[in-house]
Design a protein around this ligand. Structure first.
Ligand SMILES: [Zn+2]
Length: 441
């Protein structure tokens, strides 16, 4: 047993608690006790040095393959719409990725995420120049860094039927492989890009494979108006309606964005218990629109928060989510409690559906995934006002220690599992080659 003392603890979750003189006890992969330091425990003692302990953050939708795009040269890049952004940046980049750059991209993204207090990532992978075996590279990085990771390959017909078939096979192969390995840190979903790049035939093949494997899907839904227009033109259905018809929705399915959907489609999401992930920074950057987060949450839809690979910074994403909806609704009352719910209540519930474990709350029976911050609160701090500190005072700058599945992955700001400095130096060389392939296509 590990016994961490001399910490204050914010538990997160639906009814958060705050312990001023807290103690956290865990045994292997489970928290045994979290509360005020009043009982005696036997085991290995760790001194929390007066730090603030809170749940590790969860990124509910990410693209680790985009991590090496930082500073990428974009010549004659003047996108007029979302499709231009995809065609001239992301689809070109994912086609240029090879085995080495997939590995380094995941490493760089995950190191960045860990430094920012993230302990779980739900990733959506694409690399149409290197499909078979690509997900093994992500698994390798998860094992090496110690992060909790879900990943999948985005099935798409955008490069033709052969590559679509190979991407379906990659999902199936990886799901079956993970089930044999039984590594509790890694869990799959079945990836699909978006309905507008998936033919009827491919859609049916995905639905069948997903049903056989009893796995949820991870798909972009109506991110841009073009996705909705495509679905209505080809199938006379909204995006959510088409996915319902094709048996893609359900309790384990992640519908990403859900911006251009109508009221009837929101009801379908609720009825099918499909999960929705909001990515405000990416949506703003792509100028695609604002999703009706408030309306969907009022319906009781399980709605979480991701970064869409835009950054690995869930602190900033949460801050933006808070203020975006105030501005969008012109109502200063909205945004605050919804953002807390997305990050500290719903993201944990979403992770629980994917990993079949209690994740993202500091309580008995949950996995010991937590972070510790060096923070002397200059104003009173308690369970009722923690989120005010989170939004207006705290940031990744305060994150000193990261513990995932009971093991220290970062201690006193040093990553223990991998040599981050060496990786970042090597990554620069790998990225130069990747960018050369990118610019030559
Ligand atoms: Zn995405």
């Amino acid at each position: 047993m590990k016994i961490l003392k001399n910490v204050s603890i914010f538990t997160g979750g639906e009814n958060p608690k705050f312990f001023n003189n807290g103690i956290l006890v865990w045994d292997e992969e489970k928290i045994v006790y979290a509360g005020e330091d009043s009982k005696e425990y036997k085991g290995e003692f760790i001194d929390g040095k007066g730090k603030l302990l809170m749940p590790g953050l969860i990124v509910a939708h990410d693209h680790l393959y985009s991590a090496l795009a930082r500073g990428i040269p974009l010549k004659n890049y003047h996108p007029e719409n979302f499709l231009d952004i995809l065609k001239n940046l992301w689809w070109k980049l994912d086609l240029a990725l090879d085995r080495e750059s997939i590995y380094y991209s995941a490493l760089v993204g995950i190191i960045d995420a860990i430094r920012k207090g993230t302990t779980t990532i739900i990733d959506h992978h694409a690399s149409f120049g290197y499909i078979s075996g690509s997900l093994d590279e992500l698994e390798r990085v998860s094992i090496e860094t110690g992060i909790r990771l879900s990943t999948c390959f985005e099935v798409s017909d955008r490069w033709g039927e052969t590559k679509a078939k190979e991407s379906i096979k990659e999902n199936i192969r990886f799901i079956e492989k993970l089930r044999k390995e039984k590594n509790s840190l890694i869990s799959p979903t079945f990836g699909m890009h978006a309905q507008f790049t998936i033919s009827e035939k491919t859609m049916k093949e995905c639905a069948e494979a997903g049903k056989d494997l009893d796995v949820g899907f991870h798909i972009h839904v109506a991110e841009d108006i073009a996705d909705r227009e495509d679905s209505i033109e080809k199938y006379r259905l909204g995006v959510v309606e088409r996915l319902l018809k094709e048996n893609i929705l359900g309790k384990k399915t992640l519908a990403i964005h859900a911006i251009h959907i109508d009221e009837k489609e929101k009801d379908i999401i609720k009825e099918t218990e499909t999960m929705v992930i909001h990515n405000p920074e990416s949506n703003m950057n792509n100028a695609v629109g604002v999703s009706d987060v408030i309306g969907m949450m009022n319906r009781g839809i399980l709605l979480g928060l991701g970064t869409d690979g835009f950054t690995q910074n869930m602190w900033r994403e949460t801050q933006v989510a808070t203020i975006l909806h105030k501005l969008n609704k012109k109502d200063p009352n909205v945004g605050f409690s919804e953002s807390y719910r997305m990050l500290f209540v719903n993201n944990p519930k979403i992770a629980e559906r994917i990993f079949n474990r209690k994740i993202g709350v500091i309580e008995e029976g949950a996995v010991p995934d937590f972070i510790m911050l060096s923070y002397i609160p200059p104003t009173p701090l308690n369970e009722n006002n923690f989120f005010g500190h989170f939004l207006f005072g705290l940031s990744p700058d305060f994150v000193e220690d990261v513990v995932i599945n009971g093991k220290f992955v970062m201690k006193d700001r040093e990553i223990l599992t991998v040599d981050a400095e060496r990786i970042e130096r090597e990554s620069e060389k790998v990225t130069k080659n990747l960018w050369e392939r990118f610019t030559s296509t």
